[in-house]
Design a protein around this ligand. Structure first.
Ligand SMILES: Cc1cc2nc3c(=O)[nH]c(=O)nc-3n(C[C@H](O)[C@H](O)[C@H](O)COP(=O)(O)OP(=O)(O)OC[C@H]3O[C@@H](n4cnc5c(N)ncnc54)[C@H](O)[C@@H]3O)c2cc1C
Length: 383
C-alpha cells in the first residue's frame, strides 16, 4: 500500500529527506515550503567543521559525519553525472590565527582528528607567500592553516537540485505555508490557508519555526532564532571558482564562488528574532574588516547583493532530531545552528529513515529530541 508522507520545510534538511523518500516506489511525497527566511539559501556555504574548538563531542560527531557524507550523497543524487561545481566544490580551507603558536596547536588538533576523519585531507601551515599562490589577492602578513578537505556549497543551488530530483521521482512541491497540524485517527492532517491534507506521516524540517507548529498542540520548545546577514562582493575579471574557503579570526568568513563572486559573512544576531531586514552599514563594516584582514582588493570591489536568513539554536547549542514525543508519525529536526548546511543532508536522510521505520546511522540517543520538545498541556484551541 502506498504511504503518504509530507515534508514541511524545504531547506537542506527537508529537501534531502524529500529526495530520499521520493526514491521509494511505495511512498508518495508532498513537500510544503514557505521559503521565507530560509537558513539554507542564505548560508555562507562552508563545509569545514574539523578545526573547531567547540567541546560538544556529539555535535562534532554529527558535523564530521555530515561533511564526510557530502561527496557520497551528491554522487548518489547525480546518479553517475559529475557533481556540479556550482553546487559543491572541494577547494580546501585556509584558517587564520593572529598568533603562530595557535596555528601550531590547531595543526596538532587537526592531525589527531584526521585519524578518525581522513576527509580533512592534507594539513599544513602556509606562509603568506604560499597563501598568495592559492589566492593571489591576499595582502595580509599572517600565516594560515591549510586543510585540503574543506568544501563550499551553494545552499540555494543544492536545494534546487534536490527538489528537482525529488519532483522528477514523483514528489509534489507546494509553495505554501503550513498553518497547523493535527493528529488524526490514522496519521496526521495538515492545513494551509486554502486546503487540509491527510498524511500517514509528517517530517517537520522547519528549523527555527518549529514552535509555530508545535506550541499550538501544547508543546514547549527549547529553540530560538538567530539572524545571519552576509554581503556578496563582485571582483572584476578575477577567476575565483577554485579559491579556498577563507576563515579569518572573528565572525566574518570569505567564501569565493564563481566568476569573481565573493560571499563575506555572516553576522550572528541574537536579539533580532525573525527579522530579515538588511543592515547595509553593518555589512559594509564587515567587508571593511575583511579588506583589512585579508585583502585590500575588497576596498575597490562592489557589494552586489545581500542575504539574510534565520538559524535555529537550542540553549546548549546542540542539534536534535527524532520522533516528536506523544505525536505518533511525526518526526522533526532542529537546532542545527551555524553548521546546519554541513549536517543537513545527513540529518535529512536520518529523518527519511525514521519515517520509513528504519535504523538511523547516528545513535538517536545522542540527539534527544525529548530534551528540547516537551508536551506541557493539552492542545490549545485552533481556529
Ligand atoms: C547567514 C547564514 C550563514 C550560514 N552559513 C553556514 C555555513 O557556512 N555552513 C554551515 O554548515 N551552515 C551555515 N549556516 C547554517 C545553515 O544554513 C542552517 O543551519 C541550515 O541551512 C538549516 O537547514 P534547515 O533545513 O534545518 O532549515 P532552513 O534552511 O531554515 O529551512 C526551513 C524552511 O522551512 C520553511 N518553513 C518554516 N515554517 C514553515 C511552515 N509553517 N510551512 C511551510 N514552510 C515553512 C522556511 O520557509 C524554510 O524554507 C548559515 C546560516 C545563516 C543564516
Amino acid at each position: 500500500m502506498t504511504k503518504k508522507i509530507a515534508i514541511v520545510g524545504a531547506g537542506v534538511v527537508g529537501a534531502s529527506a524529500a529526495y530520499y523518500l521520493s526514491k521509494e516506489k511505495d511512498i508518495e511525497v508532498t513537500i510544503f515550503d514557505e521559503g521565507i527566511g530560509q537558513g539554507t539559501s542564505a548560508a555562507a556555504g562552508i563545509i569545514s567543521p574539523w578545526l573547531s574548538r567547540r567541546r560538544n563531542q556529539k555535535w562534532y560527531r554529527m558535523v564530521k559525519a555530515g561533511a564526510a557524507f557530502y561527496p557520497e550523497f551528491l554522487s548518489e543524487v547525480m546518479d553517475g553525472e559529475p557533481i556540479p561545481k556550482t553546487v559543491y566544490s572541494k577547494v580546501g580551507t585556509l584558517l587564520f590565527k593572529s598568533k603562530y603558536r595557535h596555528l601550531e596547536e590547531l595543526l596538532e588538533i587537526g592531525r589527531k582528528r584526521r585519524e578518525e576523519a581522513p576527509e580533512i585531507g592534507d594539513l599544513q601551515i602556509l606562509s603568506p607567500e604560499e597563501i598568495k599562490l592559492k589566492v593571489p589577492i591576499y595582502t595580509g602578513e599572517l600565516s594560515a592553516l591549510w586543510a585540503s578537505g574543506g568544501a563550499k556549497v551553494d545552499g540555494k543551488e543544492l536545494v534546487n537540485l534536490l527538489i528537482e530530483k525529488a519532483t522528477q521521482n514523483g514528489a509534489t512541491f507546494i509553495q505554501e505555508r503550513v498553518e497547523n497540524l493535527k493528529p488524526a485517527s490514522s496519521g496526521v492532517t495538515i492545513s494551509t490557508v486554502q486546503t487540509a491534507y491527510a498524511f500517514d506521516s509528517i517530517v517537520l524540517a522547519v528549523a527555527a519555526w518549529l514552535p509555530t507548529l508545535l506550541e499550538p498542540l501544547g508543546y514547549e520548545l527549547d529553540l530560538r532564532p538567530q539572524k545571519g546577514q552576509l554581503a556578496i562582493l563582485q571582483l572584476q575579471n578575477t577567476p575565483t571558482a577554485a579559491w579556498p574557503v577563507i576563515m579569518p579570526e572573528g565572525e566574518s568568513d570569505i567564501i569565493p564562488f564563481e566568476d569573481g563572486r565573493i560571499v563575506i559573512g555572516a553576522t550572528h544576531e541574537n536579539d533580532k528574532g525573525f527579522d530579515l531586514e538588511i543592515d547595509s552599514s553593518l555589512l559594509a563594516s564587515m567587508v571593511e574588516d575583511s579588506a583589512a584582514q585579508f585583502s585590500t582588493h575588497f576596498e575597490q570591489a562592489t557589494i552586489v547583493d545581500y542575504r539574510s536568513g534565520t538559524r535555529a539554536y537550542t540553549s546548549d547549542f546542540s542539534p536534535y532530531y527524532g520522533p516528536v514525543p506523544s505525536l505518533p508519525n511525526v518526526y522533526a529536526a532542529s537546532g542545527l545552528g551555524s553548521t546546519g548546511l554541513t549536517a543537513g543532508p545527513l540529518v535529512g536522510k536520518e529523518l527519511a529513515l525514521l519515517a520509513m521505520d528504519q535504523e538511523t546511522q547516528l545513535p538517536l540517543s545522542d540527539y534527544p529530541i525529548e530534551h528540547y520538545i516537551k508536551k506541557i498541556n493539552g492542545s490549545k484551541k485552533q481556529d
